[in-house]
Design a protein around this ligand. Structure first.
Ligand SMILES: [Zn+2]
Length: 324
């Protein structure tokens, strides 16, 4: 390894003798090592709310650092209590990326208390994010039935299931990370561009996969999939739970059962975060296939490949259930 001795040594005139030159080399080596340590110590601490957002942040930070996840992978984000280690991750964070208050209303106050020193970025407020209003009623047709939803802004928060939003947020993350870690700005933006390309490739595969099932009728467990449906030109006939995943009232269950019979819905999806017995009890007499879809990829390993894989898995499950 060569050390840039000249500027310091020539400036001081200290290193002319061979022994002093060696000492000078050691001093410069120490200075460089200290600088390297302080650079790695400055890698931003990033906290994220759910697996897909963690995945996008991991993509942008590849080669630099790894984000923290503050809602346990596998838990429903709609209602959650932070564990001590997760609260500590928020306290240490320089930067927090979260979807929205609509997804995790309980988190807003926690962020104010625990992440007061961090730059907090609510991704759904980012320019360019596609927003869709809540669908209402079990069959998305009843505009008078708010079904217990006390919405903050009337916007469905499951917005990461639109891959175009994933792309927008990669770029938001690269910008925010570059502001607090400008020395790695080039890499953050290169990573975001690579992540964008990977999402586009996944979208092309999904479009191809879904060709045979356009028009297929299915029911989802909680109303989390309209961003995916709109982007890929398919549509669910209803959901057992509303978008906030609160327990359904009996009228909602009667409505969805009627819809299944009337439309000849052949497929119903449960989700791994929720108890599948409700699906079985709602449709116990119906001729209907069941399968599992997962808006967060809780059975996937956390990391940068999770986000596009979540989208592809949803498409594969719809194809498998519709064809079954
Ligand atoms: Zn949800």
């Amino acid at each position: 390894m060569r050390f840039p001795q000249k500027p310091i040594c020539q400036a001081t005139g200290f290193c002319r003798a061979p022994v002093l030159r060696r000492i000078c080399g050691v001093v410069v080596a120490c200075l460089l090592a200290t600088t390297a340590l302080s650079v790695s110590a400055m890698t931003p601490r990033v906290a994220t709310d759910i697996g897909p957002i963690h995945s996008l942040a991991a993509r942008v930070m590849a080669g630099i650092g790894v984000p923290d996840l503050i809602i346990r992978h596998g838990a429903s984000p709609h209602a959650y209590s932070l564990r001590p280690s997760e609260a500590a991750a928020l306290e240490k964070a320089d930067l927090v990326f979260w979807v929205s208050e609509g997804l995790t209303p309980w988190l807003k106050r926690r962020l104010e208390i625990l992440a007061s020193k961090a730059q907090v970025v609510e991704l759904m407020k980012a320019d360019g994010t596609v927003e869709l209003p809540y669908r209402e009623g079990a069959t998305f047709a009843n505009h008078d039935d708010h079904d217990g939803i006390d919405s903050h802004d009337g916007i469905d928060p499951h917005s990461w299931l639109d891959p175009e939003n994933g792309k927008v947020w990669l770029s938001v993350m690269a910008s925010e990370l570059s502001k607090i870690d400008p020395s790695n700005a080039d890499l953050y933006f290169q990573n975001a561009a690579a992540g964008t390309l990977e999402i586009s490739q996944a979208v092309a595969r999904i479009n191809e996969l879904l060709v045979p099932v356009h028009g297929v009728k299915f029911v989802v467990f909680h109303d989390a999939y309209q961003y995916f449906e709109q982007r890929f030109g398919i549509s669910a006939s209803g959901s057992i739970l509303a978008s906030d995943a609160l327990a359904p009232n009996p009228a909602r269950l009667i409505e969805i059962r009627g819809q299944v019979a009337e439309l000849g819905v052949g497929c119903v999806f449960s989700e791994p975060q929720f108890n599948p017995t409700l699906v079985a009890s709602v449709f116990q007499d119906a001729e209907i296939s069941t399968a599992v879809i997962d808006s967060q990829g809780i059975e996937l390993e956390l990391g940068m490949t999770l986000y596009p894989q979540v989208l592809e898995n949803i498409a594969q499950e719809i194809v498998a259930c519709a064809g079954g």
